[in-house]
Design a protein around this ligand. Structure first.
Ligand code: 5AD
Ligand code: SF4
Length: 461
């Protein structure tokens, strides 16, 4: 979500003649887009602000803005901790950035544009201060021109007890389907092959107009009709909203990737209840069974939090058991970080010592790595369809003479594949034969078709 927000802000500034630099000395405006999901992310920003203090002293004419969730959450606290910051903008007010810069250039100090807190007015009033900011897209701002994020939902109403997002990104709001589809057409015209639909609980997407409700399954059907778009992914899902209708829609629409990121968070019912996740491990198991029946080739990924309030060794054991049972393609594993303003912070003591959180984190990671490697191993000998993204991380390190270089791309189920190829293959969907694997990467060769008696038909999986 933050990557997309940054893309949007840069696009809106480019239209006003700005250009982007990653050199601090060259910049006349410095914008930090921030995250507040865990304390560590905020610490990084405050520590960066510490190093920017002197720079801003030496160059008071340069404009410094703090964007995103930390800005929304801390508001004037940012100015208390870093008085040299020119403005603070929440994620629902990003459309104000160009104007705030202009005003700062004209001498305005300590400007603040943030959304209302969730208890400050009616839901409708609060919603209006957490707007979606999706101006016309600038293809040059994307990591690759043929892939794009497309926001379909903002905010979250789930209120998991540990999570700051319902506070920083405001109430859940689905974007009108017509707007989403027209943005997909713009992206397709720009050469985009893959769109990744974004929402905090993307499969809870719902938009109501004239008494008619549009759910994610309906939206997928509409997006599937967009010529030029070849792949559709969506993140992140909420277990309870993974309906049979949605799964059958994914099964029936070839452009929909069978990749489902559906965070479990913990394998203990007691912890899930304390997190207010709204499901039990058995509910999650039922969902996995539905996925297994309807989409047997689906890759399911998860998130876990270790050391949540009151987590015992037994609770942790249950998370390890769940990992082994569900065999996720991959899991993002985080140590619990108490966040001010969340209901856990007010009520539940953060009582698992940091080294225990760390230890449990490492244990889950070790199990997941082994499972990821075993699941990847199953691809060896298969041909997969890869959307070629560009040179791999090692491409420059292992630079070879000539046009051949190491490329990277992803399968429909979001597995990373590394193979040799050339620049012209970037942005293409190609068959790649897998000959080996690492825990998080498949190694392959692009399949070249032979014309002649030994011609083989390619089975893409
Ligand atoms: N501490 C640790 N991890 C968190 N997450 C959300 N809030 C917290 C927190 N306070 C994790 C969840 C979520 C992912 C985006 O971040 O696992 O799915
Ligand atoms: Fe946070 Fe829960 Fe909403 Fe996800 S579903 S954004 S974890 S409150």
């Amino acid at each position: 979500m933050n990557v997309l927000d940054s893309e949007m802000v840069v696009a809106s500034l480019r239209k006003r003649g700005y250009s982007l630099t990653d050199q601090l000395e060259e910049a006349d405006t410095i914008l930090l887009n921030t995250c507040s999901v865990r304390e560590q992310a905020e610490n990084k920003i405050y520590s960066l602000l510490g190093t920017l203090r002197e720079f801003k002293n030496e160059h008071p004419e340069k404009i410094l803005g703090i964007l995103g969730c930390m800005a929304q959450k801390d508001q004037s606290l940012v100015f208390q901790r870093a008085p040299f910051v020119d403005f603070v903008v929440g994620p629902g007010q990003l459309q104000a950035v160009p104007e705030l810069i202009e005003k700062a250039q004209a001498g305005a100090t300590r400007q603040m544009a943030v959304g209302r807190s969730r208890t400050d007015g009616t839901v409708e009033q609060v919603k209006r201060t957490h707007e979606t900011f999706d101006p016309l897209r600038d293809p040059t701002m994307r990591p690759t021109p043929f892939q794009a994020y497309l926001r379909i939902q903002i905010g979250c109403d789930k209120f998991c007890t540990y999570c700051v997002v319902p506070g920083t990104r405001g109430p859940e709001q689905g974007r009108p389907p017509a707007q989403v589809v027209s943005e997909a057409h713009v992206l397709a015209e720009q050469g985009c092959l893959e769109i990744v639909l974004l929402g905090q609980t993307v499969n809870s997407y719902c938009y109501q107009e004239n008494g008619k409700k549009t759910h994610l399954a309906d939206l997928l059907k509409q997006l599937h009709e967009v010529d030029g778009i070849e792949r559709i992914k969506f993140v992140t899902n909420y277990p309870k909203d993974m309906t049979v209708d949605l799964l059958e829609t994914i099964r029936d629409l070839p452009k929909c990737s069978p990749y489902l990121h559906v965070p479990l968070q913990s394998g203990s019912d007691a912890i899930l209840q304390r997190m207010k996740r709204g499901y039990s491990v058995q509910d999650y198991r039922d969902m996995m069974d539905r996925i297994g029946t309807i989409l047997p080739a689906a890759a399911v990924a998860s998130d876990f939090i270790t050391g949540f309030c009151g987590e015992t060794a037994e609770d942790h054991q249950q998370s390890m058991d769940a990992l082994r049972e569900f065999r996720f393609k991959n899991s993002f594993i985080f140590k619990y970080s108490e966040r001010p303003g969340t209901s856990a912070a007010g009520r539940l003591p953060d009582d698992v010592p940091y080294p225990v959180k760390q230890q449990r984190n490492n244990e889950l990671l070790a199990i997941q790595n082994q499972i990821s490697a075993e699941e990847n191993e199953k691809f060896v000998g298969q041909v997969v369809e890869v959307l070629v993204e560009g040179p791999s991380k090692n491409a420059s390190r292992d630079a070879k003479e000539g046009p051949i270089q190491q490329l990277t791309g992803r399968t429909p189920c979001d597995r990373i594949v590394v193979f040799d190829g050339n620049q012209r293959q970037v942005g293409k969907l190609l068959p790649v034969a897998i000959y080996d694997n690492l825990p998080h990467t498949l190694l392959g060769n692009i399949v070249t078709q032979h014309i002649g008696p030994d011609v083989t038909s390619l089975q893409l999986s």
